[in-house]
Ligand binder design. Structure first.
Ligand code: SF4
Ligand code: SF4
Length: 448
C-alpha cells in the first residue's frame, strides 16, 4: 500500500521498541516541584503567590494579562519555598516558583465527580476560556498557548481539525501510548476543538509504526459513532512538523511565513486534545503529562505520567538510574533530533517535555567536521526546500542579510541536513545561530 507522506525528510533509526509497548505508569510524587513561570511561547507569567504561602494542587500560581500566554498551576499541595530564577530544561534560567510538597499530600482524583459538561453543546467561547484557564499549551514541543491556537480570526474559515499523532522523533512513545490507552478522551477533545474553531471535518494523522494506536482510535471512533478520518502515514521524520503533516495528511500547502489557518486547518497534538477534554470535563488544569524516558543510557525505559515541576534527577532515579556517570552521557529534553541537551539533572519537567532521552557518549557522533564536498545531500532532504549548505555558511560567517534573502528564517531546525551531511557539518547549529542574529537585527531595526 502506498502510504501518504510529504516530500523529502529522512528515516533515522527510531528505537521505539524500547518503550512503545510499555503502559503509562504514574511517577512518584516529588518532595519538591520547581514550576517555571514561562513554559510557553508568549508573555511570561507573573507570580500570584509569595514565599511562605500554602497552595493547593491545581491552584493557579502565575498568570499574565497578555493574549498570547498561559497561566501556570501548582502540581502539588504544599508551601512556597522561594520564587526566583532556576535552571530550565529549555536552556538558561527562568523565574520559577519552588514548592515543598506537604508531607500529608494526597493526590486529587480529578475524575471523581464525573463529567461536568456535555462537550457537544459547548460554545466556542466556553471551550477557549476553559483551555485558557487550564493553562494548556501545545504538548508536542511547540509550547504555543492552545487558547490562541483555537481562536482563528473571524474572517478566516477553518474547515478541518488535524490531530498530530505522528510522534516522529526517535525514542519517544508518549503520544503513541496516549492513543492506545485514552482514545475516547482524545476523540472528545477533538470534538471540543471542532466546536471552538467551527470545523466540520476531523482528521488524525498517525504513522504506520503505531498499528495498535491506529486500531485503538478507530475502534473508539466507531463506538462513539464519530466520523473522524484516521489517516495512516508513512513513517518519516519530520512528519510531525505542522506544515509537513498538513501536506502529508491533507495535501494542502501552507505558504512560507503563513499559519495553518490560511489553508483552513488547525493542528493540535494528541496530548493537547486529551488535556482539553480533561479541562472541560473535570476542570483539570495542565499539572501533569506523559513523558517517555528512553535511550541506551537509561537502565529501565518507561512512559511516566509526571507532575509538572518534578526534577529530571527524580525521574531518572525512578527509571533505575543512568547506566554510567553523567559525564559519559547525553541527556536530552525531548528527542535526539530536536531536543535540547542538558548540562544538569536539576531541571524540571515542564508542560513541553515530551521525553527525556539518555544516550551513552559512545553513540554520539564526533563533533569534528570537514569541508563541504558539494554532494547536495542536505538539499535533497530539507523538507522546507531550502539550501542548508548555503544557509549554514551564511550563519557561520554571520552574513545575516544574505541569510534573510535565502529564506533562512523558514528553517524549522529539524536537523535533517546535519543528519545526512557526510562531512558532519553542524548546519542546523549554524542556522539556529543565524536565526537568532536575524531576529535580533530585526528588533534593533524596529527600535531605531
Ligand atoms: S535547513 Fe532547516 S528545515 Fe532544512 S533540513 Fe536543515 S534544519 Fe531542517
Ligand atoms: S550534505 Fe554536507 S557536504 Fe553535502 S552539500 Fe550539504 S553541507 Fe556540503
Amino acid at each position: 500500500m502506498n502510504l501518504k507522506t510529504f516530500k523529502r525528510g529522512i528515516h533515522p533509526a527510531y528505537h521505539k521498541e524500547l518503550s512503545a509497548s510499555l503502559p503509562v505508569e504514574r511517577a512518584a510524587v516529588p518532595k519538591q516541584v520547581v514550576i517555571p513561570l514561562r513554559q510557553h511561547i508568549g508573555a511570561p507569567c507573573e507570580p500570584l503567590v509569595k514565599r511562605g504561602d500554602l497552595v493547593e494542587e491545581g491552584q493557579i500560581i502565575g498568570d499574565a494579562k497578555s493574549f498570547v500566554t498561559a497561566p501556570v498551576h501548582s502540581s502539588v499541595a504544599g508551601k512556597v519555598k522561594s520564587i526566583g530564577p532556576m535552571p530550565f530544561s529549555g536552556g538558561g534560567k527562568v523565574n520559577s516558583v519552588v514548592i515543598d510538597t506537604a508531607e500529608d499530600f494526597l493526590p486529587k482524583d480529578w475524575t471523581a465527580g464525573g463529567e461536568a459538561v456535555d462537550i457537544d453543546s459547548l460554545t466556542p467561547e466556553a471551550v477557549r476560556s476553559a483551555v485558557r484557564a487550564a493553562g494548556i499549551i501545545g504538548m508536542g514541543g511547540a509550547a504555543f498557548p492552545t487558547s490562541v491556537k483555537i481562536s482563528p480570526p473571524k474572517d478566516v474559515p477553518v474547515d478541518t481539525v488535524l490531530i498530530n499523532g505522528c510522534e516522529c522523533e526517535p525514542y519517544l512513545s508518549a503520544d503513541h501510548r496516549k492513543m492506545v490507552e485514552s482514545p475516547v478522551d482524545l476523540l472528545k477533545g477533538v470534538k471540543a476543538i471542532m466546536r471552538s474553531v467551527g470545523a466540520t471535518r476531523a482528521v488524525i494523522g498517525v504513522e504506520d509504526n503505531k498499528r495498535d494506536a491506529i486500531d485503538a482510535v478507530k475502534n473508539a471512533a466507531a463506538s462513539m459513532n464519530f466520523a473522524v478520518e484516521i489517516v495512516e502515514l508513512e513513517t518519516k521524520y519530520p512528519q510531525g512538523a505542522e506544515k509537513m503533516l498538513i501536506k502529508a495528511a491533507l495535501d494542502r500547502t501552507v505558504p512560507v511565513g503563513k499559519l495553518p489557518f490560511e489553508v483552513g486547518v488547525v493542528v493540535n497534538n494528541v496530548g493537547t486534545a486529551i488535556a482539553i477534554y480533561q479541562a472541560l470535563a473535570y476542570k483539570k488544569p495542565l499539572i501533569e503529562r506523559v513523558v517517555t524516558i528512553s535511550g541506551n543510557g537509561i537502565t529501565t525505559p518507561k512512559n511516566l505520567k509526571i507532575r509538572i515541576g518534578t526534577p529530571f534527577a527524580d525521574i531518572i532515579e525512578q527509571c533505575g538510574g543512568l547506566k554510567s556517570g553523567l559525564g559519559e552521557m547525553l541527556i536530552i529534553n525531548g528527542g535526539p533530533m530536536m531536543g535540547i541537551t542538558q548540562s544538569t539533572l536539576d531541571v524540571p519537567v515542564t508542560k513541553g517535555t515530551s521525553g527525556i532521552t539518555c544516550l551513552a557518549a559512545t553513540t554520539i557522533k564526533p563533533t569534528k567536521y570537514d569541508h563541504c564536498i558539494r554532494c547536495a545531500s542536505c538539499i535533497d532532504v530539507c523538507p522546507m526546500g531550502l539550501m542548508p549548505l548555503k544557509l549554514g555558511d551564511m550563519g557561520r560567517m554571520s552574513l545575516i542579510e544574505k541569510f534573510n534573502e535565502w529564506a533562512g528564517l523558514s528553517c524549522m531546525e529539524c536537523g535533517c541536513c546535519s543528519f545526512v551531511c557526510p562531512s558532519k557539518r553542524p548546519l542546523v547549529q549554524w542556522i539556529r545561530l543565524a536565526k537568532i542574529r536575524a531576529r535580533e537585527a530585526a528588533e534593533l531595526a524596529k527600535a531605531s
